[in-house]
Design a protein. Sequence first.
Length: 318
Amino acid sequence: MIRKTSKRRGTSVIAALVALCAVVGYGLTEWAPLDNERQTVREKVEIPDKGEPVRLLTMNAGNYFVPEDPRRSNFQVKYKPVEAREAVAELVRQSGAEIVGLCEMGGEAAVRDLQMRLKRKGVHLPYKVLVMRDGEDRGLALLSKSVADMPVSGEAKRKKTMLRGILDTTVSMPDGRLFRLVGIHLKSRLSRDGSAEDTRRREAYALRDYLNEALASQDGMPLLLYGDFNDGPSDSAVQVIQGPAKTEYRLNRLKPRDSRGETWTIYYEDGDTYHSFDHLFLNNTLKKRLGRKPPMGILDSPPSLQVSDHRGVWVELR
């Protein structure tokens, strides 16, 4: 069952209002074109022209587990050292982000721990949404500077289609601008039986199915898909998610670079290889608003080495 994104309840002249709806574990194992599916009622979204930039950062927090969170699986987890948690907070501070999308968060206590460390550094992101799945210790979280409402759906039934769920967020700025943000974390590349690639491909079809309906339901809504895909731009799962070329619902992948002009977001010491697994995708509406080369980048300051084997990626929304 699809839980639609919450509509705006009002605007604020003081701070941004955010309506967040976390959609957990939605998806199908096969995808068919929309004209073979049920008809979707399309809402016309009217929003103002681009305004002041709003920086969004997405990052893999690197197994941000704290003792206070309950375990949701039989796997043994290792608590994240205090120094590494401080590095996560410092990286967020350095980024200047007002919205932070995270994966590999261990639960409510982990999010509170990060918020506390951010506050000590003068960064106030008091509002949150968290998607945790039964049987999965790693969840999706989003922190925001200002929020009006944050409804979160309950545990979904389709457990095997999106292992860690889908975080679906609509951000409403004081000037009326809207941004729909979708956060995901696909299956890791590690598996005992070699099935990880097939699992990611199934998740990709489930996500593409979800995105097709989301895009079809709102005409004129800027949408950004972000997260840890555990696959590169040319891999089949990412190609499925991006969609067919030269079609209305194809997503456009951004190509951020670090201070040295490099594009990798993860390093594998075993094999000494570099990959781009953390992606930002825009729908055509958002692409037109941001232009061909919006401000964006990959974080490569020293705290990155302590946070995770992934590097954070950011973009400015307008």
